[in-house]
Design a protein around this ligand. Sequence first.
Ligand SMILES: Cc1cc2nc3c(=O)[nH]c(=O)nc-3n(C[C@H](O)[C@H](O)[C@H](O)COP(=O)(O)O)c2cc1C
Length: 175
Amino acid sequence: MKHIKLLALSGSLRQASYNSAVLEALKIIAPAHIEIVMGNIADLPLFNPDRESEVIPALETLKSILAQASGLIIASPEYAHGISGPMKNALDWLVSGDEFPHKPIMLINTSPRASHAQESLREVLITMSGDIIESACVSVPLLGSGLDKNGIIVNAEISHALQTALNEFCQKISL
Ligand SMILES: Cc1cc2nc3c(=O)[nH]c(=O)nc-3n(C[C@H](O)[C@H](O)[C@H](O)COP(=O)(O)O)c2cc1C
């Protein structure tokens, strides 16, 4: 099978984040030919257009992985009905580069009640010319579940939903 590399970004910096855990779980349950690389957005400075000509190591690394990736997977929480600050910050840094436009995107929503941030995130991603693969977007009810990465992996229903969405994403990417 053809090797597929994907970049995964969590919009939460929290140690016990459900959004980070779901991506770590997906990385483990993914078939061998699908490589999921966790991106680091925590070390990006606050977005400042005046600094766009600077070499910022965390940004260079992120852009390089994104350029090599066939697709992007985002799991990001809602804060006060909005996109998480770290995620919006990372996306703002990627707006003017050529790595992001037309990149296929899979969205994982770990809290089905959090509709405002998902809508807002979609609007931002579309504005940045990202290609959201709707049939690969998945909602898994992790908020309040107490599940960590391993708990997600052994939860048959959630694991199956994630695998199905990932397979759909990779099929669409490979067309
Ligand atoms: C300051 C703050 C504001 C929040 N606002 C919302 C909100 O508006 N809507 C919502 O559904 N959840 C809200 N939440 C809940 C988070 O989205 C939820 O805890 C989520 O799991 C955090 O993501 P993480 O587990 O990946 O860190 C808020 C949490 C915090 C700490």
